[in-house]
Design a binder for this molecule. Structure first.
Ligand SMILES: Nc1ncnc2c1ncn2[C@@H]1O[C@H](COP(=O)(O)OP(=O)(O)OP(=O)(O)O)[C@@H](O)[C@H]1O
Ligand SMILES: [Mg+2]
Length: 1077
């Protein structure tokens, strides 16, 4: 976005008045008050028309930033508050755009800020003029020339810590585009006396201190210097250090600047060697030596320093030594050599030091000029003059005289140029020229510079005159020649006006300068004007091996010996001032008047008396008067109309016609008296500041009204826009909300409709269902009724065909049918024929329960029978026996289960076949049921003996196993009982009928592997033969008849260790113990 151009004016927010021309009423007091008021508000710049007054703030203000540069760039001079940048911009633009050479004249007393101002101007111009590598280098060189010149030409004084001790004029050269090309510096009157002597509280030139503080040890050794200031007579010691100044750092800055400006290393070195030589010259001391012919003579005290100087400069020591002791005067091929006394020797030494230094300074300026010389054609020039201002001290000498003369000339040129410009402007603008009454100082300039009877001419005349010349003779001469001059005052003059003026000493004269009266001491005028350096010294210098020193003293060259006296200091200065003035006259002048607010170098202090003094001698009131002589204020029609157009309805807000007629309408509308203004060609001229201020007040009032109006409209607009925005937003929100609400409502209605719909549908469906169900029930009921009805009908019809027991028959029939069905089904469900199959189909009808169980029993019996029917007689017998055994022993004798699987064989011992037992066989006629070997237990000791056990139909026989001889024969009828244990053993006892024959030996106790079989067969045989059941006792303790005694056989749980065979032991008479494992 393009930056909005805001039209401002110097008159906006003004503190006091920004332009002294507008001061009302104009007096010294109001002038100073205005300056003070502005100074107190940090407004250090004030205008007098186009002249800038600058009051030194003695502190850094934030008004020189790059932003400020931009603010002032390309702005009208009166558009912003007064600033040195405004003047610089005006000058630069006038140079660039109107092809006018410019000069900026900066004046003011020591410490007023001239040098700073000149630097500000240069930096502003550098900032706004062209860019580019080459241009930047030129700018940099121009700017960097300042630190170099300040190091060699500035010194600390009581007035200023960085006081310029020379006058400087610098031309900055530009090409047609306004880009800088280079520059030329001119220097005026270096205060060289400072080299050898400084007033109390002041210092020598900065460079000496900078060199000693900042140089490396190596450099110091090379220059044969020591760092200690106190070693050098030429350096004042009481103020060697300046507060806030770092000499060492500045030395580096200066060397760097020299490099940028273009000094070669060897050149810098030479310069420093000359500086060192000057310092060391001060240390050469002389002592008096009387010669025979009575003439005073001097001698160098310590030649060491001299030796070192000569080494440094390449001068023959004897030559220099001689130059300090003799003075040769040449006149018309005659050479007269006189000795120098101590005072003269010191004078010669100091003169050499001063000359050496001042010539070095001039050489430096020339060398810089060489570097910054424009390489191409120069079109335009901007000169910046930084020259000492008017000086009035207690003791004013030749220097002040010269300086004040220069200022007098500057004032002259100022008056001339200002008036000329004013007049030119009036002519240009076609305004009637009225005579201006002002003081013209041309008369004072004439008093000083007039070629025949001017003071400078008198002085030269006196200096050149043969015979004894002193300052007094010079004053006398003045008293004769100038006595009648209005601005010359002297007590001794012929004019009796000052005879009784005690403020005017006899050795002085006073000049009424334009800026005030100054009393000059004549002492030293002649000498300083002569500025003598003995020829011997310049010749000695010329002989130096040091090329720079040699070049500084060309007059020392014997080949170019010139017996003519060199021009005096006064005439030199006059000539250079004349050149300067000529130069300045061809340029457009811009003035900066610097004012020092206090003597303490302190911020915020405004010493009114001091300022008043400066205002006076700078002729500032004069300045205002000249400027205000005709019209106090002028402004081009355009800006004027722009600024005040709001004061009149016709011109506000837009004036269609030319600006001038707009202003005319405006002024007549405002009823401003006609004598208060004049219409120029392009500008309106206002005679009195009062008129302008009235316009300003009106404008301010009107602006406030306008501001209120704008505010009102703006607020209205803002409220309306805000309202419209709110309204628009409200509509959008409402629309959205409505949509949302309607959506919600619709969804609710939709779901409600669905619910209602489903209810109604349900209700309808249920209704139909009910209907249908009803119809169905009706149909069914009708059918049922019809069926019953039919039944009834049929029964009624057929009743006659039924017997009384029809129901019973039907019942029986049904029952039969069911039973039939049951049996038929049972037939198919019959379990297998295995007698051990426990399966049986479940019962279908409860009333058949008993039948079902019976059927099961019958079936079982039947299949058992079936099973049995398969057996042969032999098998049948075997099973009968097994059955018998089972009945007898099952669950009674532990041995029984093991016997089940063993088939009963009976005749284990095949007596028939074994011939051994033929006899036995023959003895038995009956059928043998059992033939087996058993162990007969000896009832006496429990031991067993094998016996053949035979059972026949009627008897029981025991025979010897080996022989087959029958041992015992017992008829079965005598067997009463068989006893055995319940355990898993084969012991059994056969009890015999008491009293029988067989029982005489007692009961038998056997053990057999086939106990179960034997006991069963014995039982069966006894039963079939005797028709009596044999008693079989199963008990773990039973009695056995032993002859007459009864022995108890007891079965106990035996130890497994004794093997698996039961052990039988006779315990005592009555107990036989069998341990069963
Ligand atoms: N515009 C300024 N802003 C801040 N300080 C300033 C300004 N002008 C001057 N000064 C201060 O005042 C001191 C003296 O200023 P400057 O050296 O310019 O004086 P001068 O007029 O050149 O004196 P001389 O005639 O002795 O050379 C500066 O060193 C600086 O401290
Ligand atoms: Mg200065």
């Amino acid at each position: 976005m393009a930056k909005m151009e805001v039209k401002t004016s110097l008159l906006d927010n003004m503190i006091g008045v920004g332009d002294m021309v507008l001061l009302e009423p104009l007096s010294e007091e109001t002038f100073i008050n205005n300056l003070k008021k502005r100074f107190d508000h940090n407004e250090i710049y004030t205008y007098i028309g186009s002249v800038v007054i600058s009051v030194n703030p003695y502190r850094s203000l934030p008004i020189y930033s790059p932003e400020k540069v931009e603010d002032y760039r390309n702005r009208n001079f009166y558009e912003l508050s007064p600033h040195i940048f405004a003047l610089s911009d005006e000058a630069y633009r006038s140079l660039r755009d109107q092809d006018k050479d410019q000069c900026i004249l900066i004046t003011g007393e020591s410490g007023a800020g001239k040098t700073e101002a000149s630097k500000l101007v240069m930096s502003y111009v550098a900032a706004v003029c062209g860019k580019g590598a080459e241009v930047n280098q030129v700018k940099e060189q121009l700017l960097q020339s300042n630190p170099v010149l300040e190091a060699f030409g500035n010194a600390k004084t009581v007035r200023n810590d960085n006081s310029s001790r020379f006058g400087k004029y610098m031309d900055i050269e530009f090409d047609f585009k306004g880009d800088p090309l280079g520059g030329v510096i001119s220097n005026y009157l270096l205060e060289k006396s400072r080299v050898v002597k400084q007033p109390r509280g002041e210092r020598n030139f900065h460079v000496f201190y900078q060199l000693l503080s900042g140089a490396s040890e190596e450099l110091l050794n090379k220059l044969k210097l020591e760092r200690d200031f106190s070693r050098y007579n030429y350096l004042s010691l009481d103020s060697a250090k300046v507060n806030g100044v770092d000499d060492a750092a500045n030395f580096r800055t200066v060397r760097n600047a020299m490099q940028i400006v273009g000094f070669m290393d060897h050149e810098t070195e030479s310069v420093l060697e000359v500086v060192a030589a000057v310092l060391k010259l001060g240390n050469i001391e002389f002592k008096p030596e009387s010669r025979v012919n009575g003439l005073d003579e001097s001698k160098i005290k310590d030649k060491n320093e001299l030796k070192e100087i000569c080494e440094l400069t390449g001068i023959d020591q004897s030559v220099l030594e001689r130059a300090f002791s003799f003075r040769t005067v040449e006149a018309k091929q005659e050479k007269v050599s006189t000795t120098l006394n101590v005072a003269q020797a010191y004078y010669a030494r100091d003169a050499l030091a001063k000359n050496l230094y001042s010539r070095l300074f001039s050489w430096l300026v020339n060398r810089i000029n060489e570097s910054i010389k424009a390489q191409t054609k120069v079109r335009k020039v901007m000169g910046v003059l930084d020259i000492y201002g008017f000086e009035i001290f207690e003791d004013n000498s030749f220097e002040q005289f010269i300086i004040n003369y220069c200022n007098e000339k500057l004032q002259q040129i100022f008056i001339e140029l200002t008036l000329k410009e004013e007049q030119e402007e009036y002519i240009r603008e076609d305004i009637e020229w009225t005579h201006i009454d002002y003081f013209n100082n041309a008369i004072i300039c004439d008093l000083i510079e007039n070629n025949t009877n001017g003071i400078l001419a008198m002085l030269d005349e006196e200096c050149l005159r043969p015979g004894t010349v002193t300052d007094e003779t010079f004053l006398e001469k003045l008293n004769q020649v100038c006595a009648t001059h209005q601005h010359f005052e002297s007590r001794m003059s012929k004019c009796s006006r000052f005879l009784n003026d005690t403020s005017l000493p006899h050795s002085c004269f006073r000049i009424q300068h334009y800026a005030g009266k100054v009393l000059y001491q004549v002492e030293g005028f002649v000498d300083k004007n002569n500025d003598l350096l003995y020829r011997d010294l310049s010749q000695a210098m010329w002989k130096a091996g040091h090329s720079l020193i040699k070049s500084l003293f060309p007059e020392g060259n014997p080949a170019k010996i010139n017996l003519k006296r060199p021009p005096t200091a006064g005439s030199q200065f006059k000539a250079s001032v004349a050149t300067l003035m000529k130069n300045l006259q061809t340029k457009n002048p811009n003035y900066i008047r610097c004012i020092k607010p206090n003597d303490k170098k302190a911020a915020h202090i405004f010493n009114e008396a001091l300022v008043c003094h400066q205002v006076r001698y700078l002729g500032l009131l004069e300045n205002v008067r000249v400027r205000r002589a005709g019209y106090a204020f002028r402004q081009a029609y355009g800006p004027c109309l722009e600024r005040y157009k709001m004061l009149c309805k016709q011109t506000w807000p837009h004036w269609k016609g030319p600006a001038r007629s707009g202003v005319e309408v405006l002024f007549s509308e405002l009823e401003i008296p006609v004598e208060e203004y004049s219409f120029g060609r392009s500008k309106i001229f206002i005679r009195n500041p009062r008129t302008l201020f009235k316009l300003e007040d009106l404008r301010k009032q009107r602006l406030e009204d306008l501001a209120t109006l704008i505010q009102k409209i703006y607020r209205g607009w803002k409220c309306r826009t805000h309202f419209l925005l709110l309204k628009k937003s409200q509509i959008v929100i409402a629309a959205w909300y409505r949509r949302y609400a309607q959506q919600k409502r619709y969804q609710k209605i939709k779901s409600s409709a669905l619910v209602i719909q489903s209810y109604i549908r349900g209700w309808k469906a249920r209704k139909i269902l009910r209907e249908l169900k009803h119809q169905k029930r009706c149909r069914e009921a009708a059918t049922t009724i019809a069926a019953y009805w039919h039944g009834t009908q049929v029964r009624r019809e057929y009743r006659k065909f039924f017997r009384a027991n029809a129901g019973k028959k039907i019942y029986e029939f049904t029952l039969q049918r069911i039973v039939q069905k049951y049996f038929l089904e049972m037939k198919n469900k019959m379990p297998s024929l295995s007698p051990i199959d426990k399966n049986w189909p479940s019962r279908p009808y409860l009333f058949l329960d008993s039948t079902h169980k019976e059927l099961k029993r019958i079936f079982h019996l039947w299949r058992c029978k079936k099973y049995r029917d398969q057996f042969t007689d032999q098998q049948k017998l075997i099973y009968e026996e097994k059955l018998e055994a089972s009945e007898l022993f099952k669950d009674k004798k532990a041995l029984y289960p093991s016997s089940v699987g063993q088939p009963f064989q009976g005749a284990y011992l095949e007596i028939n076949k074994n011939p051994k037992y033929k006899k036995l066989k023959d003895a038995i006629e009956e059928k043998i049921i059992i033939a087996e070997v058993v162990n007969k237990i000896n009832r006496a000791n429990g031991k067993s003996t094998s016996r053949i056990f035979l059972l026949t139909n009627n008897n029981l026989l025991l025979a010897d196993q080996k022989s087959g001889q029958i041992k015992s024969e017992v008829p079965l009828v005598d067997v009463t009982k068989v006893s055995m244990s319940s355990q898993n053993d084969g012991f059994f006892a056969i009890h015999l009928k008491e009293g029988s024959e067989a029982a005489s030996k007692g009961d038998f106790l056997f053990s057999s592997d086939h106990l179960i079989e034997m006991a069963t067969k014995l039982y069966r045989t006894t039963l079939s033969q005797t028709k009596q059941k044999l008693n079989i006792e199963i008990s773990d303790e039973f009695l056995v008849q032993f002859r007459q005694d009864k022995v108890c056989v007891k079965f106990i749980q035996g130890n497994q260790k004794n093997g698996s065979v039961p052990m039988c032991k006779r315990k005592n008479n009555r107990l036989l113990e069998v341990a069963v494992p």
